[in-house]
Design a protein around this ligand. Structure first.
Ligand code: GLA
Length: 361
């Protein structure tokens, strides 16, 4: 196999359920039609060479996983090295590959640009070596790559959403069993994504600190994770209180989405934002202002999405009012903060895979 093969992995937006995945809880992400594409060709030697069309630099990695991600200067190259390493650990033969990556996902926006890169590269690497892994194991290998590359102890949501996405559906994921239930998105509902214009900063250390705080409460309660905690048990623990209340909101939101019940869905999103802002303390003044602007402009609900500390907010609106709401909200946000928000209109798409030759443009 020496011809060039193409692979695509989508980014994701999380409708609701943040900072729940690493507590073995529930999340409701959607794979979106912004993504990462990898063009790859097998090499006869044991070298994996990856070049990015969006960022500077090229990395050369040992296909047996011998290259230490932390030793690389090129930040995006650490993800590539992470994937090569975690796949090698799972038995991928040390087959070399040339790859070019390009992405339409904005960096630091909370739309999983790094997970999409990991997943697309992982598919290319497996294909080049004739190596196969079940979807869930591939997701875990990519999650591990992210941890290896960044040192941030992230959960499984982003990589699994990128792999398991389904056209026109959101994904209810149980992060304990890794069971994925696709939930049909009602056609008259528009999901709006607006970028605050402020990239996430310092997310690594704050993220790790939040995760530790959750694990500390679970251990104190004698529980495997906060998934098993009750509202009563965590009533006086703001971080854990967020996780427990958010899990309940995700389950309620999945059923409301399925039923197209916007009257229930909107308030759940709003409560999620309040909980992330007040109990989990991962919002910023800009994210709060953008959420307010969206609601003020007529969105039925809005919240920060992803890890927080910058990036995007997600809102819901009737499809026929979506454009007007986005425009009005953007104007108000700009007036309030001086930041120009960037709006994304997206479709819910299928998960990552090979792009057959006939559909390439
Ligand atoms: C980041 C992590 C995910 C998840 C979210 C917050 O996107 O990669 O695993 O924890 O933050 O919900």
């Amino acid at each position: 196999m020496t011809e060039t093969r193409w692979f695509r992995a989508p980014g994701r937006v999380n409708l609701i359920g943040d900072h729940t995945d690493y507590n073995e809880g529930f999340v409701l992400p959607v794979a979106i039609d912004l993504g990462c594409v990898v063009r790859s060709k097998r090499r006869a030697d044991g070298i994996v060479r990856v070049r990015s069309e969006d960022a500077d630099g090229e990395v050369e990695l040992a296909a047996d996983g011998g290259t230490d991600p932390a030793a690389l200067d090129v930040a995006w190259g650490r993800y590539a090295a992470g994937v090569v390493r975690t796949l090698a650990k799972r038995g991928r033969p040390a087959v070399g590959m040339d790859a070019v990556v390009s992405s339409t996902i904005p960096l630091g926006a909370g739309l999983s640009s790094s997970a999409a890169l990991e997943v697309a590269l992982a598919l290319a690497l497996c294909d080049a070596a004739g190596f196969e892994l079940p979807l869930l194991e591939l997701a875990v290998a990519c999650q591990e790559a992210e941890v290896v590359a960044t040192g941030v102890p992230c959960g499984i949501m982003d990589q699994l959403a990128s792999l398991a996405g389904k056209h026109n559906h959101a994904l209810l994921i149980d992060c304990r069993t890794l069971e994925v239930e696709p939930i049909r998105m009602p056609p008259r509902l528009a999901v709006l994504i607006l970028h605050s214009g402020v990239s996430r900063t310092l997310v690594g250390s704050a993220y790790a600190e939040r995760r530790e705080a959750c694990e500390e409460v679970a251990a104190r309660l004698g529980l495997a994770s906060l998934r098993d905690a009750t509202a009563e048990q965590v009533a006086d623990e703001p971080r854990a209180r967020h996780v427990v209340s958010e899990n309940a909101r995700v389950l309620a939101a999945a059923r409301a989405l399925e039923a197209g019940n916007v009257a229930v869905l909107g308030p759940l999103l709003n409560e999620s934002h309040a909980s992330l802002r007040d109990d989990f303390e991962v919002s910023t003044p800009e994210l709060d202002a953008l959420v307010e602007a969206l609601r003020g402009a007529g969105a039925v609900g809005a919240r920060l999405t992803g890890a927080g500390f910058g990036g995007c907010v997600v809102g819901l609106a009737a499809r026929d009012q979506a454009d007007l709401i986005v425009e009005t909200a953007a104007g108000r946000y700009w007036a309030a903060t001086g930041n120009q928000p960037r709006a994304f209109v997206f479709r819910a798409v299928d998960g990552a895979g090979r792009i057959p030759a006939q559909v390439r443009t």
